[in-house]
Design a binder for this molecule. Structure first.
Ligand code: DGL
Length: 272
């Protein structure tokens, strides 16, 4: 690793849930946030088309920002493309985000867990393999929430969310009944932690909601440390920047990004 740039990637604002944790333990790095909002939501994309898009996007993003580390803060992209991207860019260090099925299987007492994800993540072979490998003794319900990432986007922009819509999206997670049914819901999309308080409020009974943002930030920290990367060796300090592939973040989005430390939004197409 040669720069002190860490690049976070998502289809929208979901990756900010990981940035929030990373900033606490890795405050000295130069942050770049890339939202592929022109293609949001990723959940419904055909696999080959999304793979091709990610492959070409990363070609230009890596050349432009030369990050020490890339965090693909998106389950839908990671479960599809992480292996492929590591092969395509063997010099680049990547951290992926995949459904926390293993910790859920270890913690459940009722042996009933649900994985709340986008339709894309639910369909992936990667997700099925995680279940076969780590959760063979639990009953796993995969819930494809088609509208929840969009609700999280709207909530983060406006502060408002339709609670009935959230209730409807999460309802299939609750299998059996309180005390004997589902006791863990895996938040397998980085957008969802932003709505977890609303989910708690409308859930039919209390469950543990597993959010991996902190674990992903810690994984990034350990890779950064292993490479002995520190702010001391880096000069001069660069301003953190965000990129939107639509090149059209509205005022509410710009405000939100400022709140997460991204005061500068730079054009997608222009290098530098
Ligand atoms: N934030 C993304 C994830 O973690 C997905 C949102 C979407 O584009 O549908 O899966």
């Amino acid at each position: 690793m040669s720069s002190n740039t860490i690049l976070f990637f998502d289809s929208g604002i979901g990756g900010l849930s990981v940035v929030k944790e990373a900033r606490v333990i890795l405050p000295e790095l130069h942050y770049v946030y890339v939202a592929d909002d022109a293609a949001f939501p990723y959940g419904d994309w055909p696999e080959q088309a999304l793979l091709d898009r990610l492959s070409s996007l990363f070609g230009s993003l890596l050349a432009r920002f030369r990050p020490a580390l890339v965090v693909i803060a998106c389950n839908t992209a990671s479960t599809l493309a992480i292996k492929h991207l590591r092969e395509q860019f063997p010099q680049q260090c990547f951290v992926g985000t995949v459904p926390a099925i293993k910790p859920a299987a270890e913690r459940t007492r009722s042996a009933q867990i649900s994985v709340l994800a986008t339709p894309g993540t639910v369909k992936r072979q990667y997700t099925r393999t995680l279940i076969e490998q780590y959760a063979s003794r639990a009953e796993v319900t995969l819930v494809a929430a088609a509208g929840l990432a969009g609700l999280a986007e709207a909530y983060m922009r406006s502060g408002f969310v339709d609670e009935d819509a959230v209730r409807e999206e999460i309802a299939p997670c609750f299998v059996g009944r309180a005390g004997q049914g589902t006791d863990i819901v895996v938040l397998a999309c980085t957008h969802f932690p932003f709505l977890v308080n609303r989910m708690r409020k409308v859930a039919p009974w209390p469950v543990d909601w597993i959010d991996t943002s902190e674990a992903i930030a810690r994984r990034a920290q350990s890779l950064i440390r292993a490479a002995s990367l520190s702010a001391e060796v880096q000069t001069p300090a660069l301003a953190d920047v965000a990129v939107f592939t639509s090149d059209r973040p509205d005022a509410a989005m710009q405000r939100l990004m400022r709140g997460f430390g991204f005061a500068r939004i730079v054009p997608f197409r222009q290098a530098g």
